[in-house]
Design a protein around this ligand. Structure first.
Ligand SMILES: Nc1ncnc2c1ncn2[C@@H]1O[C@H](COP(=O)(O)OP(=O)(O)O)[C@@H](O)[C@H]1O
Ligand SMILES: O=C(O)C1=C[C@@H](OP(=O)(O)O)[C@@H](O)[C@H](O)C1
Ligand SMILES: [Mg+2]
Length: 173
């Protein structure tokens, strides 16, 4: 049976928020960006949650609200945050309940998209050094691969082209 819950995973700057919204519009599905959902529910920005309570607390909220969204809705696209695959329980949920789109690409492309923008300031982990961020990407890559139903390389493609590719595959399922 075709899954009507779609999740979008990938590293910071890969385009999850952008692509998820466009995809949901094409499919006429509900759209939730998990980071935005957490901010709304908690009345606090991601940046402040990290600063005031630390990353572990953010990860607890992330797991809780991912489960809530997946359980509550059908015909939904969920754009996750780049660290969603850190916890096994999240990976299991994504794999079992959603059609997972992994936005793959080059580290340099992702970093260039965020460099010098206010998008960078919103992401607490972007204050890590370049080497640490690169190591994070390398360590997470196999986890994105593990959950992926569909992997798309997003380098030098417009959001519209990426969504077309997803729809081509999803439509044939
Ligand atoms: N395919 C693309 N080509 C060019 N810029 C993109 C593309 N996808 C996203 N962007 C831009 O990159 C930045 C990060 O995108 P975003 O969707 O917030 O990524 P993520 O949610 O994965 O961190 C935004 O400024 C967005 O407009
Ligand atoms: O990679 C991560 O651990 C994070 C990515 C962010 O989301 P985006 O991937 O949408 O930037 C956000 O969830 C938080 O800052 C942590
Ligand atoms: Mg995002």
């Amino acid at each position: 049976m075709k899954r009507d819950k779609i999740s979008v995973v990938g590293f910071m700057g890969s385009g999850k928020t952008t692509i998820g919204l466009l995809l949901a519009n094409f499919l006429n599905y509900f759209f939730y960006d998990l980071d935005e959902y957490i901010e709304k529910k908690e009345g606090k920005s991601i940046k402040d949650i990290f600063a005031d309570y630390g990353e572990e607390h953010f990860r607890n909220l992330e797991s809780f609200y991912l489960k809530e969204l997946i359980e509550k809705h059908n015909k939904i696209v969920i754009s996750t945050g780049g660290g969603i695959i850190k916890r096994e329980i999240n990976r299991k949920l994504l794999k079992e309940k959603t059609f997972v789109v992994f936005l793959d690409g080059s580290f340099e492309v992702f970093m260039n998209r965020l460099e010098g923008t206010e998008e960078k300031d919103k992401r607490p982990l972007m204050s890590l050094g370049k080497d640490e961020l690169y190591n994070l990407w390398i360590s997470r890559k196999p986890l994105y691969e593990e959950v992926a139903t569909l992997k798309i390389n997003v380098d030098s493609k417009t959001p519209y082209q990426i969504v077309r590719e997803i729809l081509d595959f999803y439509g044939k399922m």
